[in-house]
Design a binder for this molecule. Structure first.
Ligand code: AMP
Length: 112
């Protein structure tokens, strides 16, 4: 399957990994939008939020167990934002479910 993030998980494309376990992988965004910008992804290929279902919900839940650990390790004690773009109107550019974790500065009060 021709998926950029699947290739990153397999180590075929280099990334700056910040976390990995059996089902979750996290790495630094190549074009950071905040001082800290980490992408947290499932190892399974789920195309977007629209692809979350009863069969993969545990894997997705694990992402949300990991995100606070990553935030703490990154020193985001003053807060952070978690975003997932889904589909064309949201400008999703990589069709592998990912959660942006942004922090390290005061973020905009506007989300769109
Ligand atoms: P989205 O636009 O929500 O689909 O987010 C995709 C994100 O992937 C963007 O923030 C890109 O900067 C990021 N990105 C694309 N290619 C890479 C890469 N090779 N390594 C790390 N981040 C990447």
């Amino acid at each position: 399957m021709d998926c950029l993030f699947c290739a990153i998980i397999r180590g075929e494309i280099p990334s700056t990994k910040v976390y990995e376990d059996e089902s979750v992988f996290a790495f630094r965004d190549i074009n950071p939008q905040a001082p800290t910008h980490v992408l947290v992804i499932p190892k399974s290929h789920i195309p977007s939020v629209d692809g979350i279902n009863g069969e993969n919900a545990v894997e997705v839940a694990n992402i949300f167990r990991v995100i606070p650990k990553i935030a703490a390790a990154e020193g985001l004690s003053n807060g952070y934002r978690v975003i997932s773009n889904c589909g064309a109107d949201a400008c999703q550019s990589v069709k592998h479910l990912h959660f942006h974790v942004l922090g390290g500065a005061q973020l905009s009060d506007k989300m769109a």
